[in-house]
Design a protein around this ligand. Structure first.
Ligand code: CO
Length: 132
């Protein structure tokens, strides 16, 4: 079912400073920026070699990423896997006993269908499926 790691999500306190840091330190290239008032989230997608990073900054403390930052501070937020058929992937995840945060796929900030799996299902790591 799973093909490869699609991107790694990293929660940061200061998005602009983090973009500068990842560009300078890794030669990462900024490919996309988006924000969601509803999710209280601002994100920057960067390409670093073959890999992709999603830097996430909270717009509010009571948003999901805001709560994550309050509880755990900056750091690894989620690992995203590429799937070719997200509906099938979610059915297989359910069959494997994983607890889904998103019962149905939804449109992500990158223009792809996404769904999240509860961190308690996969070793404490929030897991995202991205259809491509
Ligand atoms: Co993501």
């Amino acid at each position: 079912m799973l093909t490869r790691i699609h991107h790694v999500g990293i929660a940061v306190a200061d998005l602009e400073e983090s973009i500068r840091l990842y560009r300078a330190a890794l030669g990462a290239e900024l490919i996309h920026r988006a924000s969601s008032e509803k999710e209280g989230l601002e994100a920057a997608f960067l390409r670093a070699g073959d890999g992709e990073l999603e830097l996430l900054a909270a717009l509010r403390e009571d948003s999901p990423v805001g709560k994550f930052m309050v509880k755990r501070g900056p750091g690894l937020h989620h690992v995203a896997y590429a799937v070719t058929d997200i509906t099938k992937a979610l059915a297989e995840a359910r069959a494997a006993g994983l607890e889904l945060i998103d019962a149905e796929p939804r449109m992500g900030m990158h223009g792809s269908l996404i769904a999240f799996v509860h961190p308690k299902s996969l070793g404490g790591v929030l897991t995202e499926y991205v259809e491509e």
